[in-house]
Structures are given as C-alpha cells and as structure tokens.
Design a protein around this ligand. Structure first.
Ligand code: E4P
Length: 220
C-alpha cells in the first residue's frame, strides 16, 4: 500500500518525506489555490523533492486543450502524472496521452464503471473520491472494493488511488479493500501517527525514567 500526500504545500511535503512514509503527491486546482504562485513552479519543486509520481491536473475541457496541458506538464519533470477528469473528452485525452507514453491519473471517479473505463482508456492511476460520496450519504468504500475486484479479476494494469480521504479510518478501510494507494491530506497523515495511548505512554516512560534517574542521583 502506497501513501501519497494530497497537497501542494511544499513544507507539508518536505515533512512527510522526512518521515519516510510518502511515495508520491497529488495536487489539484483547489489545493494549488491554497498556496498560489506559479503552478509550473510548484509542480517542478515537488518533483525535485520526490522521485515518486506527482499528479498535475489539467484545466481545459476540450481534448486538444487537455493534450496541450498534459504534454506541457509531462515536460516539466519525468515523474509528472497528468491528472484528467472522468468525462468523454477526458477519456480521449487519456487514451491519446497513453499512446504517447504519458502517464495519467483519471480523477473525479465516483463509480466502478467510470474506473473501468479509465483503465481501458489507459490511465495509470484511477482516483475514486470516497469522501465526497460519503458526504452525500453514499458509501465511497463500495466503489474501492468493486473497482479493486475488477482490476484484480481482469488483471488490469491501472492502480487505484483512494482520493478525497477525510480521516484515518478511510485509509485503513481503503487498504483492506484493495486500493493500491491512498492520497491523504497532511492533517490525516498526522492523525494516523498519533494515538492517545501512544502519546500518553511516551510521556509516562519519560517521567518514570526521570524519576529513576533522580533516585539514582540521590543515592550517589
Ligand atoms: C486527489 O487527487 C483529489 O483531488 C482530492 O483527494 C480531492 O479531495 P476533496 O474531496 O477533499 O476535495
């Protein structure tokens, strides 16, 4: 199971990489808007920090525009993956970029059928958004389970990247459901590290050690 950071924030990416647990990064226009500047520069910077896949999302909604943006992103660094939304033009762009050897991440997937289509078009990564499904009282994990079964049963080459992760339980469930990757906001990554019993245990060990050291010092 690989973990990607779902952010365009360079400091968050640096920190996650230092922890040794991050295999790649996903960005989108919303995440980029939070940091601002030049998208190209942000993508280039992230690609220098990690050799893992870094998703950069197209804005165009026509095929030629998607191809133009996709080729442009792919030229920024060898580890760029072009993120393209699930739609009719998106499928054509994914297919044509695959023919050119450019890896794509099909985003805004909400059903197993959409994932199957993206895989058939040649997307390297399939991004079902589970949090947004949960938000509207549907079960995001069902899509992960169904798509994982389809990918395994038919030996498709695409990897499933669980996106729109809202909390640590999503990561556990996605891993158990067979997703290859989860892309997580930095806040969720941090929540995964901590547990009240762990944090309390660290404090108790420190306090007991200090107590024992003080007693030993007092005995001379
Ligand atoms: C990642 O590839 C997606 O763009 C992201 O996970 C969407 O998350 P959101 O539903 O919290 O906006």
């Amino acid at each position: 199971m690989k973990l990607f950071l779902d952010t365009a924030d360079i400091d968050e990416i640096r920190t996650g990489l230092r922890w040794g647990v991050i295999d790649g990064v996903t960005t989108n226009p919303t995440l980029f808007a939070r940091v601002g500047g030049s998208y190209d520069d942000v993508v280039r910077q992230i690609c220098k920090l990690t050799s893992g896949p870094v998703s950069a999302e197209v804005i165009a909604d026509d095929v030629e525009g998607m191809l133009r943006e996709g080729r442009h992103f792919a030229a920024l660094a060898p580890n760029v993956v072009v993120k393209i939304p699930m739609c009719e033009n998106g499928l054509e762009a994914i297919s044509r970029l695959a023919d050119e050897g450019i890896r794509t991440n099909c985003t805004l997937i909400f059903t197993a059928n959409q994932g199957l289509l993206a895989a058939k078009a040649g997307a390297a990564l399939l991004s079902p958004f589970i949090g947004r499904l949960d938000d509207i009282n549907e079960d995001g994990l069902t899509v992960i389970r169904e798509l994982a079964d389809i990918v395994n049963l038919h030996e498709l080459e695409s990897e499933i990247i669980t996106a729109s992760v809202r909390h640590p339980r999503h990561v556990t469930d996605a891993a158990l459901a067979g997703a290859h990757i989860a892309t997580v906001p930095f806040k969720v990554l941090r929540q995964m590290i901590h547990h009240p019993l762990t944090d309390r245990g660290i404090e108790a060990f420190k306090a007991d050690w200090a107590k024992a050291a003080a007693e030993a010092a007092a005995k001379g």
